[in-house]
Write a protein that binds this ligand. Structure first.
Ligand code: SF4
Length: 511
């Protein structure tokens, strides 16, 4: 790899051409972990993509990711690094647990009075000069925004990152009506140019090596395919995108928090890209999921202290931008989007998933997510929170996802708004089995397991038979192409004696 050409020589670490110094310290950049390990870069493994309602095979897509060792190692290390930084920040705040409890209580309070706070927000936003619209679902959201853009004759749109627009299939819809959409978040722009969904809700291209990005940029914006220096790539992307931003007809932003008492909303970014989207064109449209409402401005402090620390292990996002109305000569619209949220709010076991502030901490800590990559889930939301949200959109299609978890509870422990994530994942398994949404073979296996586990004598006889079989059967019986279980696992040697027989022999009959 060539020396980073765009950097001032003083910024280069003397003993490491990849290292970057600032104020005498080597910067702790995540990309340090993404150096190509071989001269021939490892290709990016494809994720899972299924059209229609056929169930996603997450395990199969995860196996492809694991079979790409450089990607798997980088992804695991990069996200674990974020988890460790989050822990360091958490330990720096003595009242961390109180903040989590407060955030959870504010969200539960708001969600149980959502109609009232939404109406208050609407009235206050209107009195600030904002046009407020409501969208029942994705189709209405897309049509509404298209209508606003058409009224202004807008043909190009710059937007900041938003999972809600991913939910709504916004970019494909805009392409179908001839409107150019330009993502302004770097990671999201990389994914857009690669025609891929985001793989993480905070860091959308985190599954990519630098060499993957170099390949995409070489094809789409004409950079040197052999140069995967992050600063070169970021600068090239800035040069390519900035003119598009400057001449865009409209700008769109999402929203992290919408404050009912003021009718204002807040967008948190690290690149300042939402501010470009909001302030360069005269027309600013913001889409807001209805669960983003908080009652009062003072509540914002609780969430802002938790969000960035939980997401990236940084004390605060670089930009926490407050929007309260159109700027002089401009126009502002807000679209309040339901898209299944009211229905979820009415489901006893899963409504608290609406407390989510999309920090991604549950993904960064999840051993399954870290090793399988977000695209293996084949859904808008991946990782632990995705396992709860995705089946609310399509139970058949996402029926395998709640099984992609060890249920270790780490996601629940890091969640800043105290969602009982692993319990909801477990509850989904039960719901999906009861509704016959899981494959027949899995249901049959579960039935047999249930019978065995509820009959101690039958269970012990089965264990004894399995021990004998394991000791004598040839290896190919377990490790063959037909047995997916054996592909990534080694069966341990059966012990000479089971715990039960040892207990009977040594402790049997004793109290
Ligand atoms: S479920 Fe909790 S930890 Fe996961 S993204 Fe949402 S707020 Fe963050």
């Amino acid at each position: 790899m060539s020396t980073p050409e765009m950097l001032h020589p003083e910024l280069l670490a003397p003993d490491d051409t990849h290292g970057i110094l600032r104020d005498g310290h080597r910067l702790d950049h995540a990309e340090g972990a993404s150096k190509p390990l071989r001269s021939r870069p490892e290709p990016q493994p494809p994720g899972a993509k299924v059209h229609g309602s056929r169930p996603i095979d997450q395990a199969e897509a995860a196996a492809r990711f694991i079979d790409a060792p450089e990607h798997e190692k980088m992804h695991d290390e990069r996200l674990w690094d974020l988890r460790q930084k989050r822990d360091r920040e958490m330990h720096g705040i003595a009242e961390w647990e109180e903040l989590r409890s407060l955030a959870s209580a504010i969200k539960e309070h708001t969600l149980t009075r959502l109609d009232r706070y939404l109406e208050q927000f609407e009235a206050n936003a209107q009195s600030n000069g904002i046009n407020v619209h409501w969208a029942r679902d994705a189709a209405e959201h897309n049509r509404l925004i298209h209508g606003i853009l058409s009224d202004h004759g807008a043909k190009s749109l710059i937007k900041s990152k938003s999972m809600l627009t991913e939910e709504c299939g916004f970019r494909p819809y805009m392409a179908s009506v001839g409107i150019d959409v330009i993502e302004t978040d770097l990671g999201e722009r990389i994914q857009q140019l690669d025609n891929e969904d985001p793989s993480h809700i905070v860091v959308p291209a985190v599954h990519k090596l630098r060499t993957d990005v170099a390949e995409v940029f070489a094809k789409k914006i004409g950079t040197d395919p052999a140069n995967s220096d992050v600063h070169y790539l970021a600068e090239a992307q800035r040069e390519a995108t900035r003119p598009l931003i400057l001449k865009a007809d409209a700008g769109m932003t999402g929203c992290n928090f919408a404050v009912a008492e003021t009718g204002t909303f807040v967008v948190c970014t690290n690149e300042g890209n939402a501010d470009l989207s909001a302030n360069v064109p005269k027309l600013h449209i913001a889409w807001i999921g209805i669960e983003k409402i908080i009652p009062r401005l003072e509540h914002l402090a609780v969430f802002v202290r938790l969000l960035s620390r939980s997401a990236l292990g940084s004390p605060v996002t670089q930009y926490t931008s407050h929007f309260r109305g159109p700027r002089a000569g401009g126009e502002m619209h807000i679209v309040l989007v339901d898209n299944g949220r009211s229905e979820r709010l009415g489901v006893e076991e899963f409504w608290t998933s609406l407390k989510c502030i999309r920090c991604g901490a549950c993904m960064n800590t999840c051993p399954v997510y870290r090793r399988s990559g977000g695209l293996s889930y084949g859904a808008t939301y991946s990782g632990p929170i995705g396992l709860i949200i995705d089946p609310t959109f399509n139970q058949r299609k996402y029926s395998n996802l709640p099984f992609a978890s060890t249920l270790n509870g780490s996601c629940t422990n890091v969640c800043p708004v105290k969602i009982n994530i692993h319990e909801q994942i477990y509850a989904w398994r039960r719901v999906l089995v009861e509704r016959h949404e899981t494959p027949l073979a899995k249901r049959a296996e579960m039935k047999v397991a249930g019978e065995l586990l509820s009959r101690p004598a039958a269970y012990r006889a089965a264990v004894a038979a399995a021990d004998v079989a394991l000791a004598h059967l040839p290896r190919f019986v377990i490790y063959n192409g037909l047995n997916a279980w054996g592909r990534h696992r080694d069966v341990p040697h059966p012990p000479k004696q089971t715990f039960h027989s040892w207990y009977q022999a040594n402790r049997g009959g004793k109290q």
